[in-house]
Write a protein that binds this ligand. Structure first.
Ligand code: GRF
Length: 195
């Protein structure tokens, strides 16, 4: 079976992108990252890709703070297709994906979210979990559809909420779990898509 080719979209630190990169480098994940794109020119995820010699590009969203304009989605779809991406991994990408990007990668666009979906979709899910007083939360890798964190679930892992947790400590514990879960989910899809 050949390597699965990944495109990654992120707006921030890119620690999940780094986890995918590390899993590939240490031989846990038979994949290749062919393109990293960000809507934030100064995002750390782009710095990481640059330092690692991974092709990367900025997405021009025309100055809109949260909208993902049609032309920008077309640009991302074309860039990812040109790079030969099999699967697009959202890694902290802060804009809602719509058509035509979804149509260009049907069932081939996934996201990682810091809760046990369908609980706590949307922003700062770890704070939502703390506010709700739950004893456990977690993280979810899911297919992307037009909703906010609503697509079919691929893998989930639980994370306990410990006495004394604040938003920072809980988010950190969830992220450590995310960094194991995302490469596992990509590996699972690789078997399904290329096997
Ligand atoms: C992660 O917590 C992920 O669940 C959410 O955004 C965050 C991205 O973090 N979708 P990073 O940029 O991968 O460090």
């Amino acid at each position: 079976m050949r390597k699965i080719r990944l495109g990654v979209l992120g707006s921030g630190s890119g620690s999940n992108y780094q986890a995918l990169h590390d899993a590939i480098r240490c031989g846990e994940l038979d994949a290749e990252i062919v393109m990293v794109m960000s809507d934030i020119p100064q995002a750390r995820i782009l710095e990481r890709a640059h330092a690692q010699g991974i092709p990367h590009a900025v997405i021009d969203c025309g100055g809109f703070a949260s909208k993902f304009p049609l032309s920008a989605q077309q640009h991302v779809a074309q860039t990812m297709l040109d790079a030969g991406a099999d699967l697009i991994c959202l890694a902290g990408f802060m804009r809602l994906i719509k058509r035509p990007l979804l149509d260009a990668f049907p069932q081939r666009l996934i996201n990682i979210h810091p809760s046990l979906l369908p609980a706590f979709p949307g922003l700062e899910a770890w704070k939502q979990a703390l506010d709700a007083g739950v004893a456990e939360t977690g993280c979810t890798v899911h297919h992307v559809d037009e909703g906010m964190d609503t697509g079919p679930i691929i893998l989930q892992e639980k994370v306990p909420v410990l006495p004394g947790d604040d938003a920072h400590s809980l988010h950190q514990r969830i992220q450590q779990t995310e960094h194991r879960l995302y490469p596992r989910a990509v590996d699972l899809l690789r078997d399904q898509m290329l096997g």
